[in-house]
Design a protein around this ligand. Structure first.
Ligand SMILES: [Zn+2]
Length: 85
C-alpha cells in the first residue's frame, strides 16, 4: 500500500492504515478442530471485525486523505504545524 493515503482523526498523523484483525489464529484453529460451527462463526466474526487502524495511536478512526473531510483535517494539521514553527 502507498504511504500517507489516510489521515487519523484522533492524532492527525498521515500514514497508511494498519490492518488489524481481532482474535487469534490459535483460537480459530482450535475451534475448527474441536467444533465445526463455532469455528465458522469465529472466522466470520474475525473477518467482520477487521479494521484499518492508525499505526501511531491504534485508533480505528482513519479516513482517506482524498475525501473532503480528510482534506479539511489535513489543512488543519498543517496549519498547526506552521503555527508551531
Ligand atoms: Zn492516530
Amino acid at each position: 500500500m502507498q504511504d500517507g493515503t489516510h489521515i487519523c482523526t484522533a492524532c492527525g498523523c498521515v500514514a497508511a492504515p494498519e490492518r488489524v484483525t481481532k482474535g487469534s489464529f490459535i483460537v480459530e484453529l482450535f475451534l475448527w478442530l474441536m467444533f465445526l460451527a463455532p469455528g465458522l462463526i469465529y472466522s466470520i466474526w474475525r473477518l467482520a471485525s477487521r479494521f484499518d487502524a492508525c499505526p501511531m495511536c491504534k485508533s480505528p478512526q482513519m479516513i482517506p486523505v482524498a475525501s473532503p473531510r480528510g482534506q479539511m483535517l489535513l489543512a488543519q494539521v498543517q496549519g498547526q504545524m506552521n503555527a508551531a514553527r
